[in-house]
Each structure stands twice: as C-alpha cells, then as structure tokens.
Design a protein around this ligand. Structure first.
Ligand code: DX5
Ligand code: ZN
Length: 221
C-alpha cells in the first residue's frame, strides 16, 4: 500500500513580515506539517533562524513542526529545539560525528528522528541509520537556499532507497526537499517518496491554499 502523502510547506519562502498569518493559512489549507529550515552559515552558506522562531510558530499552530537542522554539531541544540516546539528533528549525516547517538538523543527527547542526505551523499548512510530513524530526508537540491531547481538524478536515489526499505521490511517514509512544485511532485511520489517539502511551490504563487491544493492534486497523478 502506498504511504499517505504529506505536504510540508517550507517556511523559508514565507513572508516573514506576516509569518503568523501564513502559518495559519497553511494549516487552514490542510498542510500536514510545517518544515522549518535551520541554517548556521557553516554547514550551509546561509543563516536563517533559530529556536525563537520555532517557539513563535508553535504558538499559532497545532501542526507538527518538522525542523531540518543544517548545522554543525546539531547534538548541542537538540534539547533547545525540542523545548521550542520541534516535533520532528532531522540531522545531516555529515554534521554528526556520532550519528547513532544523535538519533537516539532525538528519540529520547520524544521527537521523531530523521537522517538527511545531500544529493551525492551515499545512500549507505540511510541503510545503516534506518533502524534508528523515523524518516529519511533526501535532498533534491544542495541545501542552503529556497527556490532552486530540482536535481532529477535524485529520483533514482528515492527509488533505490524505497526498494531497499521494502526489502528490509522497514516502514520508514521518505521525505524529499528541494525544487518540489506541481511540475516535479508526481515523479517524486512515483519514485517512492511520501513526505513532500515545498517552499517556493507553496509561497511563490498568489494563494497558499491554491498552491497546496495544486501540489496535492499533482502528487496523485
Ligand atoms: C533548502 C531547504 C529547503 C527549501 C526548499 O536548503 O532545506 O527546505 O526551503 O525550498 P524550495 O521548495 O523552494 O526548493
Ligand atoms: Zn529543508
């Protein structure tokens, strides 16, 4: 059976002058979770926001908050993000010296733990980490910025990972992040992903509700 499709608007592309309203608009448009991109200017060439914004978003929505940590040594901040309201916490393989321990720490805090792989990071990381992860996030752009082009070769990675998970009897959903729009989403779902992050695809149009509807519809094709 195909996993349930979850749409996760990435707040990176939201209008920060009216963040609260846009979060509420996502929830009213039946988004399934909210994706928050934390960048440190070291692991990725950009700096975004930290726990204060997570806490602010937490106050205006009941949606699960999916915090994508693009930071070096994420283990130093796990508790802070969890206390700020993160429900899902994902870490990049390259940022953790002790990945097993970090995933265990996330779970011990009561959050869902995810491992993130960049477009060319070997899938073996996901194979090894899968028993300690609640989801795997495959990047379909190089992390750091919203609004980039989807990298098509990632489709084969999604497929390989999906097949491997099925063969291993592990029911872990695959999340995909970067360049997902109504034009690319169908291929991503067909390849085996079920959690779809979209920034420009949700906030770049004239209506958040309309964009989410279009994404969901295109995902079913
Ligand atoms: C990129 C971030 C993404 C980004 C996606 O480093 O991890 O979550 O917001 O934005 P779009 O959907 O515009 O590519
Ligand atoms: Zn992200």
């Amino acid at each position: 059976m195909r996993d349930q499709i979850l749409i996760a608007p990435s707040l990176l592309s939201a209008d920060f002058t009216k963040l609260g309203q846009q979060v509420v608009a996502c929830q009213e448009a039946d988004a399934d979770l909210l994706h928050l991109d934390i960048m440190d200017g070291r692991f990725v060439p950009n700096i975004t926001f930290g726990p204060a914004i997570i806490a602010a978003v937490r106050k205006v929505t009941s949606l699960p908050l999916d915090c994508h940590l693009m930071i070096i040594e994420p283990e130093r901040y796990l508790q802070t993000f969890r206390e700020a309201g993160a429900d899902w916490i994902s870490v990049h393989a390259e940022t953790c010296v002790h990945l097993h321990r970090t995933l265990e720490q996330i779970r011990a805090l009561g959050a869902k733990a995810g491992i993130v792989l960049n477009p060319l990071t070997p899938l073996e990381y996901a194979f090894e980490a899968a028993p300690w992860a609640d989801f795997v996030l495959l990047m379909s752009v190089n992390p750091g910025f919203g609004g980039q082009q989807f990298i098509p070769s990632v489709l084969q990675r999604i497929e390989r990972l999906r097949n491997w998970l099925e063969r291993s009897g592990l029911e872990i959903p695959i999340e995909v992040d970067g360049g997902i729009t109504a034009a690319t989403v169908a291929d991503v779902v067909r390849a085996g992903a079920s959690i779809l992050v979209s920034g420009a695809g949700v906030f770049g149009g004239s209506s958040i509700a309309e964009s989410i509807r279009a994404l969901r519809q295109a995902a079913q094709r």
